[in-house]
Design a protein around this ligand. Structure first.
Ligand SMILES: [Zn+2]
Length: 441
């Protein structure tokens, strides 16, 4: 007060004028703030003028107004001023090259779990949009949405052990799972274009047949190369009422020398062996599913989701409508940083299934879980595009997995406990959607 008292009226006026002018002239800013329930807080007690997007426990806040720091208790991790002509873009990607890329001229605001938020002008944005593919989605940053939920730790103390679901999933055979994964890696390459990949399909066909499943191959083409999806089916007792449940994963692999050395232990030997593990579990339980269950191994995923697209293309409208749930397993084994963590990925229309799986995770698995509602870049995406309920389960560290699409994607990089926990979740989902769907509410 003393300072102002000694300042002349004109001086004060100039200071205020400058302050007002700079507020009006200054570009908006973007803040990155740590806050695990910031979205809820702002909805409840914000002024309504805030613009924000949530990624896990991070809020990206854009505003020309001063943000009410009573709502968000922690200091911003960073504050970036936005230059005229710049906008925020969101890249959602499963392409390791994009996940590691730098984008010249732009500023990266956030990069985690397959999401990159970038500040770019129009010319730079054109360059970003040119990167779009089946694995990379580019869009203006969605506003006032939860793209990725905050992490929730499930815990061993809460795991149910006595009910029917628990009894069902308890029989998961992890020894057989590791043997299956190792056998897939031993094919050296499951790159869609090579003969060893075809041999790996025949190998899996034999396993499913031995388990008593009716198998079939669906042929399709990747360019001029003919290949197959493998489908193993168990008819439901009441398919008319409970429809079909699909457990899927891509069998093909890739690397920097894909024709002869693409071991793909994590991507996606783990998910493929996981599909087989769930087929083995169902078979050995002697339970008769109410819904028809199809275990599907896709080829051509790494070339652009060819297998899943071909699968959906051949379905009639009635068949599409009969699919009640698709469980996609892709990269379920890498976890370098404790605690064990996974991501569910789906679209917002499929929120009930996402919430069901989150609840099953709390009851039957032990890891930290987050849900993304911005699905892209694996075989669940074509199903979701047709509004078929589908959820991907994936290791949450996929974006920082140094072996992703590399010859170093070997058995030794797998965390078997993560595999077990992810399989427990998917087995509980299989039980809920296919075996006892009448209890599924
Ligand atoms: Zn994959």
């Amino acid at each position: 007060m003393k300072f102002f008292a000694r300042t002349s009226c004109i001086g004060l006026y100039v200071v205020l004028m400058l302050a007002c002018t700079s507020a009006a002239m200054a570009a908006d800013w973007v803040q990155v703030v740590l806050s695990d329930n910031g979205y809820e807080q702002i909805k409840k007690s914000g002024s309504g003028g805030e613009i924000f997007t949530q990624f896990g426990d991070i809020l990206i806040i854009q505003s020309g107004e001063v943000f009410n720091d009573k709502l968000i208790k922690s200091e911003p991790i960073s504050t970036v001023s936005v230059q005229p002509g710049e906008k925020l873009y969101l890249i959602t990607s499963k392409d390791p090259a994009i996940l590691k890329a730098s984008f010249p001229g732009t500023r990266t605001i956030y990069r985690e779990m397959g999401f990159i938020v970038i500040l770019a002008d129009e010319t730079e944005a054109m360059n970003l949009f040119s990167k779009q593919s089946d694995f990379t989605k580019v869009e203006l940053l969605p506003e006032n949405q939860v793209i990725l939920t905050a992490p929730v730790s499930t815990g061993v103390t809460r795991i149910k052990t006595e009910d029917d679901t628990a009894k069902f999933i308890k029989a998961l055979d992890m020894k057989a799972f590791m043997q299956d994964t190792t056998a897939l890696v031993d094919f050296k390459s499951r790159y869609s274009y090579v003969e060893s990949a075809q041999n790996s399909i025949d190998h899996c066909d034999k396993i499913f047949s031995k388990l008593g499943y009716k198998t079939s191959k669906q042929s399709f083409k990747i360019g001029s190369t003919a290949t197959n999806n493998l489908i193993a089916e168990r008819k439901g007792e009441n398919e008319e009422k409970y429809g079909q449940v699909l457990v899927v994963g891509h069998l093909d692999s890739t690397s920097e020398s894909p024709r002869d050395n693409a071991p793909g232990a994590d991507d996606n030997g783990s998910g493929s062996a996981g599909v087989i593990a769930l087929a083995r579990l169902l078979n050995e339980s002697d339970l008769k599913p109410a819904a028809t269950v199809k275990f599907v191994l896709f080829m051509g995923e790494e070339q652009g989701l060819y297998g899943s697209k071909a699968y959906i293309k051949e379905l009639s409208a009635a068949e599409r409508a009969s699919i009640k749930a698709v469980l996609n397993l892709d990269m379920i084994s890498f976890d370098a940083v404790a605690p064990l963590s996974i991501m569910l990925e789906t679209s917002s229309f499929n929120r009930p299934m996402a919430e069901k799986l989150q609840k099953l995770a709390l009851d039957y698995a032990d890891f930290t879980i987050q849900t993304s509602f911005n699905a892209w870049g694996s075989d669940h995406a074509p199903f979701l595009q047709q509004k078929i309920p589908a959820v991907l389960t994936i290791e949450s560290e996929f974006a920082t997995n140094p072996n992703y699409h590399k010859t170093t994607d070997l058995i030794k990089i797998m965390n078997q406990n993560l595999c077990l926990q992810i399989l427990r979740l998917n087995a509980a989902a299989l039980y809920a959607y296919a075996i006892k769907p009448e209890l599924n509410n």
